[in-house]
Design a protein around this ligand. Sequence first.
Ligand code: 3HC
Ligand code: NAI
Length: 699
Amino acid sequence: MSVSYGVTDRVAVLTVNNPPVNALSLAVRQGLSDGAARAAADDAVDAVVIMATGRTFMAGADIREFGKPPVAPHLPEVIDTIEALEKPVVAAIHGTALGGGLEVALGCHYRIALESAKIGLPEVKLGILPGAGGTQRLPRVGGVDNALQAMLTGRHIPASTAATWGAVDKVLSADADLQAEAVAFAKDRISDGVRRTRDMVLDGAEYGAAFFEGVRASIAKQSRGYFAPERIIRCVEAAVSLPFDDGMARERELFAECQANPQARALQHLFFAERQVARVPGVTKETPRRDIRLVGILGAGTMGGGIALAMANAGIAVTLLDTGQDALDRGLGVMRGNWERTAKKGRMTMDDVDRRMGLITPTLSYDDLADCDLIIEAVFEKMDIKREVFARLDAVAKPGAILATNTSYLDVNDIAAMTARPDDVLGLHFFSPANVMRLLEIVRAEKTADSVLATALDLAKRIGKIGVVSGVCHGFIGNRMLGPYGREAMLAVIGGTEPQAVDKALFDFGMPMGPNAMSDMAGLDVGYFNRQSVGRENYETSAYDWVDRLVEMGRKGQKTGEGIYKYPQDGRTPEPDPVVADVLDAEREKLRIVAKPWSAEQVVERCMLALINEGAKILGEGIALRASDIDVVYINGYGFPPYRGGPMHYADAMGLPAVLSRIKALAVENGPRWWMPAPLLERLVDEGKSFADFDRENA
Ligand code: 3HC
Ligand code: NAI
């Protein structure tokens, strides 16, 4: 039974039971509808409570049913049935009342919640909007501004905050007996009678056109490119200006528009993709985990410092080692500065800053790493230094300690071989800034033990990251794909496109910044040294020689105030530089290239096809476990627009036959060296399949 019916003290209790999150599947909708009808007809009942068992109240519509033909009873009708009851109905909330779950609660006449509970309308994150009355009812019970904030951010709102809005009538202590309290509350409401949200009058006077233009302006930056936010605003405009039923009709119309938009499929794909990543062959619930209490970090530079921040933010103690007191002091100073800025913004107290600093113990001695459960190396990207460091770690680390490298490109098998315990070694590739970026690539080397991998996956969650497993190859999943993408962007420039035009094309596609601005931010010298170690025969020299000339002139990007752009204003805002145009002209002459600008479509197409083809190779080689893992990497590590679902989903949306035929055409135009289609791509096209099919078959 998805919804059970019981009567206590003349109060009917409808209890939803649909693990794991009590999603409003067909059976639950039917159960609620039947339960409401039964309570209406039951002479032994004067009031009704709706609640759920297990870990949470209803967490929303069943996302798995999206894309399939909807089956009655539809949720808006179920909620109308509940709201129309002549007996008071109380929603009793624990866990999270989200999306359709909150909409059910808003259709009830009263709401009570445990202190630990949260409510929210997170539909925007799935590319849609609340489609069962949420856009009409939350503004009525919670206020127009609050409702807009809730729906546009999708944030989870604590019960106590919701109570200040008027959206929750009573907050109970976290350990209260929810059912008993709800029954008592419902009995007390019998004399008050029903209180229907639909009948609440919204005074639209103060919410004119200027108000909504202000809302639009305030979200313009964060919602750039997204389809649903504008539709949410239109729904609320309807809520303040139209009668309830007309507002509902408008919501229905705009909900259908969102569902029909490809962004909904992309974001729903991402929802499940992010939950798939933790499914890794060899790792089960039973796989033993190692206890991680103390983490050693080698290198107090950009990455070591950021990783230490991430650990301490999660309450994990750190021993931080560098080669000199200066480097340690600098690292600790940067960390304190980072927390102090957070404190200044009011997001933590100065006591919190001191407490977190107290979790970091600096040292110059390897002996102090002897107690660490996990040691993460983040020293210079040089193989000989990494080898030496791992040999020393092997000598001091306790048995069972996990040894990790944060290398961007180097061979983790070679690094592991420097120790007598390669099964304890893996890559933990954080992204800069490591305390902010959600992605953690977990690099499984040939001998990495399952328990080490399982521990790393758990740790990722503990520190608020999304851990994606990658096999060993040059650059792992993300940086390996970045190579061909960057190559095409740089070819566009040397080919005659202005750097700012290349950046604009990709920014307009939805990337947070273009590749030229990004290279300047990361430091042009990083790629320069990488190319030197890789060797000229292994990359497209014509794409990068002009960048190397800039580095040789001392233009290393933002850190020297000049790179592909100059930064005269504030050190961060790029401006085109005629000096760079001269360098480009000289290089073109040398390479006998006649400048011919690429169109924005051409820039995007070539960069995306390069990304997709490399992704298909990575998938075919088994470096990534599934195409959706690659999407998660690109969205969380490189800012690929979530509403496009990641490069592999984007390829599926284009259709793999079209992708392959464009790649083949580029091979004809430009030579096959960089445009050999990935064997897996050819195979999938032959078989009439998509990357999503590949994932399903390999699940
Ligand atoms: N539908 C279907 N399955 C869902 C689901 C949903 N709404 N919400 C969660 N699940 C599944 C997950 O896929 C996962 O399945 P798995 O174990 O097979 O991978 C399982 O439930 C557990 O989910 P989490 O791993 O995310 O569990 P957490 O405890 O970390 O988080 C949660 C719980 C906060 C409820 C989180 O799952 C969540 O945010 N869910 C989505 C909530 C949501 O977006 N609701 C709105 C839906 S759209 C809607 O309601 C439209 C309406 O307006 C008409
Ligand atoms: P960095 O130059 O900012 O910091 C390196 C630190 O290591 C310095 O403080 C240095 O004094 C210290 N160090 C050098 N040799 C050491 C040794 N033998 N023992 C202890 N400490 C030593 O470098 P960054 O950027 O933090 O990079 C570190 C590693 O992280 C590299 O492998 C890099 O490829 C990788 N990485 C860098 C990213 C970035 O965006 N900067 C992103 C992801 C990985």
